[in-house]
Design a protein around this ligand. Structure first.
Ligand SMILES: Cc1cc2nc3c(=O)[nH]c(=O)nc-3n(C[C@H](O)[C@H](O)[C@H](O)COP(=O)(O)OP(=O)(O)OC[C@H]3O[C@@H](n4cnc5c(N)ncnc54)[C@H](O)[C@@H]3O)c2cc1C
Length: 501
């Protein structure tokens, strides 16, 4: 399916009929830049996964025209927004046309009466909230990648918001969107026909189908989003514990308490605290007897946050928490958006500091399964570390999803010494990812809560997780994308086209 070099001229000629010259990029740097992702896929094989052409459309119609051309010429198409996805969703596996939507970043309509905003999917949440602030409104999709991931990528991955227990996640906050199908047809996806209706029971609930598909079913181009009053108050106390078990029990109790302003709680395990203390210069130093941490976040009007906060403080105290004070609390919660960018080093078994980059695996797990998943995941990474210094265990955290605290995003962070990564170490990591995914499934969880699971290793278990549902996925893919042009090779969806295998 990869287009051959002599075909690129033909593709470019066709693209010139619908785009201006400066919207079509074929230069090496332009193409390599758009094959880059924050977590290292096998960096030693970077050059194998580069697009042949990059396009910069400015409207839904231009995206549709490009996809029509690609479908006609049987050329792969990969949508890319911020390129911050952590499972290589936006990395072209077979070359082709990469659609970079960053020029579609306009605010098209602010509807104060219905409290919605309609934007191009190339806008990010930080920019959007700067625009909304004077109106006393905000859009509460708040991933740790808030300043650099874009609305379209949030739709493509069905992202997780750190304050989702109060406001919901991307899937709840996006009311509807315009979507270009793999044939180049344009459709509107939402509840009912309206752009601003949030509940309808007419027909199939297609909105969810067109979210979290990692660009394999088309491209979202213009989205209508729910807005909320900009919170007057934000409270984010950090509590310290001398053991994981008390911190874990406290997290569950905070989430189940039914405090309306509760926006989320995050639990840092012992490995994470040890890692932060050891190697994260941005971390505010804490006493050595601190072994686990819990942060709760509350958002809302000042009077309700104050009252809700008192209750959460009481619960934390009952569970043995020590409040770390305003400076640490506010500082560390504020660092949630840039924490990952800071520590670019880890350690070998001898304690030698070496340059490392951040990699992570996430899962959706019920509260009751968290301790044993945490234990099993650390054992997998410890096993890697016993075999090579390429990997370092940077610890785990867990976030609540809903206000009931039933399910959690849990994530293990692993340092990878990229310069030492070779085929042998990569194979070890892929195998470890398969084992991490297996643990999630064995505990009744899902392989991923937000990043998706479309990369080597964990993707092998997706058919098992979905069972008969995976066959339905194949049927849908074949029907909507008869020529397998949309982000081919992802999610094992090539199985929908037996003639290609
Ligand atoms: C430091 C850091 C912290 C992170 N924290 C979080 C977090 O807290 N919560 C969370 O959910 N994620 C987090 N992530 C992961 C990442 O930010 C999210 O997956 C995000 O949703 C990706 O957005 P993006 O704009 O970068 O998308 P991209 O990486 O460009 O694309 C992601 C996927 O969506 C597809 N896609 C892109 N644009 C479109 C479109 N317009 N229509 C359809 N499909 C499309 C792509 O093909 C790809 O498969 C983090 C990443 C980093 C680097």
């Amino acid at each position: 399916m990869t287009i051959m070099l002599e075909d690129v001229d033909e593709v470019v000629r066709a693209l010139r009929t619908v785009l201006a010259e400066e919207q079509i990029l074929t230069g090496r740097a332009d193409r390599f830049n758009r094959a880059r992702v924050p977590a290292p896929f096998p960096v030693h094989r970077w050059a194998e996964r580069v697009p042949d052409v990059v396009v910069l459309p400015t409207s839904t119609e231009q995206v549709a025209a490009v996809v029509k051309i690609a479908n006609g010429l049987r050329v792969p198409v990969v949508p890319r927004d911020g390129g911050t996805g952590l499972t290589d969703g936006a990395v072209p596996l077979r070359g082709g046309i990469l659609i970079d939507v960053k020029r579609m970043n306009q605010v098209h309509e602010l509807d104060l009466a219905n409290r919605t905003v309609t934007v191009g999917t190339g806008i990010n949440m930080l920019k959007l909230n700067e625009y909304l602030a004077p109106y006393g409104l905000f859009y509460p999709d708040d991933p740790a990648s808030y300043p650099c991931s874009l609305v379209g990528g949030r739709i493509g991955t069905s992202g997780w918001s750190l304050i989702g227990a109060r406001y919901g996640h991307t899937r709840d906050l996006v009311l509807s969107f315009d979507h270009v199908l793999p044939t180049g047809d344009i459709m509107h996806v939402g509840d009912g026909i309206g752009r601003k209706v949030s509940k309808s029971s007419s027909g199939y609930q297609l909105k969810h189908l067109f979210m979290g598909h990692q660009g394999t079913l088309g491209i979202a181009t213009r989205a209508t989003l729910k807005l909320f009053p900009k919170p007057e108050a934000e409270l984010s106390p950090f509590w310290a514990f001398d053991n994981y078990d008390d911190a874990y029990a406290c997290t569950g109790a905070l989430a189940r308490a039914g405090v309306a302003t509760f926006a989320g709680a995050v639990l840092f395990d012992e490995h994470k605290v040890a890692y932060l203390r050891r190697d994260d210069e941005a971390y505010i130093p804490q006493p050595t007897d601190v072994r686990a941490l819990v942060c709760a976040a509350m958002y809302g009007w000042d009077d309700e946050v104050r009252v809700g906060g008192k209750r959460l403080f009481r619960i934390a105290k009952e569970h043995g928490a020590r409040y770390l004070g305003d400076e640490i609390s506010e500082g560390d919660w504020a660092a949630r958006h840039d924490r990952y960018a800071t520590p670019l080093h880890g350690r070998t078994k001898d304690g030698q500091v070496v340059p490392m980059s951040w990699h992570c695996e996430d899962a959706a797990i019920n509260y009751s399964a968290l301790p044993s998943v945490t234990k099993a995941w650390h054992e997998i990474v410890a096993d890697l570390r016993r075999r090579t210094d390429v990997f370092d265990d940077w610890g785990m955290f867990a976030y609540t999803s809903g206000s009931t605290g039933v399910d959690y995003l849990t994530e293990i962070d692993v340092g990878i010494w990229e310069q030492q990564l070779d085929d042998r170490a990569w194979a070890m990591w892929v195998d470890a990812k398969r084992r991490l995914a297996r643990v999630a499934l064995d505990h009744g969880g899902s392989i991923s809560a937000c990043h998706g699971s479309c990369r080597e290793g964990e993707v092998d278990l997706v058919p098992e997780e979905l069972g008969r549902g995976f066959d339905v996925m194949l049927d849908i893919k074949r029907t909507l994308d008869p020529n397998n042009i949309m982000n081919p090779g992802k999610y094992l969806l090539d199985r929908a086209y037996p003639q290609e295998g």
